[in-house]
Design a protein around this ligand. Sequence first.
Ligand code: ZN
Length: 502
Amino acid sequence: VTTSASPNGRPAAWARFRDWMAVLSDLSSAIGLVGWDREVAMPPRGAEARGRQLGTLATLVHRELIRDDVEEALRALEEHDGLDGDARAMLAESRRARERALRVPEALVRAEAEASSRCIAVWLEARPANDFRAFAEALAPLVGVKREIAGALGIGDEPYDALLDEYEPGSRARELEPLFAELQQRLVPLIDPARARSGPALPRRQWPAAPQMELADRLARAVGFDLAAGVIAISAHPFTQGAGPGDVRFTTKPDESDPMVSILSTLHELGHALYEQNFPVDYERTVLYDAPSMGAHESQSRFWENHVGRLPAFWRFLEPELRARFPEQMAALGADEMQRAATRVTPSLIRIEADEVTYNLHIALRFELELAMLRGDLEVDDLSDAWGEGMERLLGLRPPTDAAGVMQDIHWASGAIGYFPTYTLGNLYAAQLTEALERDLGALEPMVEAGEFSPVLEWMRAHVHARGRRLPTRELMREATGRDLGVDAFVDHLRRAYVERT
Ligand SMILES: [Zn+2]
């Protein structure tokens, strides 16, 4: 193999490899934009054609990933010992994506797409009809296909690992099990004391949508989101979409009965969007222009939502902005009432409405059940009963319907098995990052109250954003926080914010 060095010290095969990464990156940005449009602007009758367009683009990505003629360049580079660390990380990440694509036969890819689109269609009707039997009938073949895919991938120690690895590379079920066990053990005793100190919800008022969107814009500017390189829009389910350098978009959803929903979800998405906006320019159009995992991404959203957005200081910062836009609604309300509403604790049935103290118990249940399904210890038919027992055990509640129980989330129906743990990993990493940031910069409160967010963003940029996908998540977080992944920082945070408060 010839590996003649190019002027910058990287071998000739480098140009071929770099072009290949750029094509994959451009395709992925295009898919992001087409998907963004589907959620934000597409008229209802566009759905069918849009599904085909996205299918075609996904096929193009798959073909590009597995093409034979990049193999020579990849091998040449892998055998070259003069590459720098960035180049080696690009190679390793690209090889990982290519291996995943090569190992799963096309028939299985198609079987998964069919089983998941069928299961979503069934779920859309079965959930409002509370028809668990219909849902289970569509989910069982999908779980079967996922197990086959896991077998073909052969990553980790057991089938679940191969699925988890897609969202959280390097993470393994046998490492997550003790983590969730400890978390459960330490969270359950916090619920009653946190609940006892919890304040009331906001009194009923009408909060018009337009000023809520103005507030989202104001918040985005305050925390350092660059609107010359970003867009804020409205969608049913808030999300963030990076569409390449200079174009990062996120959505929020004003709720006219409760402004808290859009304020906290705006902060959440801003966390994702700031991350996307601050990937290093050196990594543009490469595989490293990304987060290393969903858990890493979620650490950023949870940081802004929970560690900034639920502080008393944040509501003192926001109070004049709220009062200016909602003078009547805020007449009898102040920062204190708003903050108490934002930190209200009540065990509830629905994950996305859960408070910070009980949220991870919802995830613990989903992790336990999906792992049991993949291990063959739980049949899809028995999911509803297992869900009810788990909710009773963890939160003391029994869902009255499957719609408010096992059918509440779209994840499993869409084939996203192994995804849920990344939410909890995000929460744990966010707490560890907050601890490290406060060690370096001092307490967040005075900065947040003064609206001085730039040192906070600078710290995150230096320790997380600017690394892109250069390091595996665990290493990235170890370097940023000086600690290994664990539950201590998170539990300490909850105790301070919810149990020891006055
Ligand atoms: Zn998120």
